[in-house]
Design a protein. Sequence first.
Length: 236
Amino acid sequence: MYNSGEEGVLMETKKILIADDEERIVSLVSDFLKNAGYETVTASDGEIAFNIFSMQKEEISLAIIDIMMPEIDGWALTRKIRLVSDIPIIMLSARAEEFDLLEGFDAGIDEYVTKPFSPAVLVKRVEALLKRSSTIQPDNCAQKGIFIDENAFTACLDGCTLELTLKEFELLAFLCRNSGLVLTRDQLLNAIWGYDYIGDTRTVDSHIARLRTKLGDWGASHLKTIYGMGYKLENS
């Protein structure tokens, strides 16, 4: 499906997966996204959502997932999607405890939105994530053992492609472009999530921890925590 973009140029309509067992929430979010020009596909539980995603993963650009759902909860659904895709994922929840946020980021989400929320603001978050995923500044970065190609949106470690989420890739690329420099949590939060991000620097810590795990021994040796300041990617 296509819609008319700037200057009448036809652009492919982005398809969004919405998974939530609250019919009212699904209908509301779907209506707002459709009004903004997106196509939506919906599911009332995690198992249905993953089946839909498995059949349409080449078409789905972003997923909005509730935590508490029948069959498969939002955390498990996110992990299953992350095994096969790095699309942006927004998690919805009526719970705002630190455990829930950290569990969500550990599973691989990109944003965490607490209910009740503004559907209009949620649409803006969708737009921002999709824009970021498609307009990363083209650049290449090479360190000992690692190569990042921002044109191809790939990162390789010792010749093997890393399976990174959008935020993890952006974070690694930004650290690589600024290797040797100490970057504060606020600098990383603003650079990757944006100045209007509603959250705190624990988001950075959670993503760094996951990134370091995926980088294995290389990450332990090169991605350093500078206590009281932030993080640094060592270039030696």
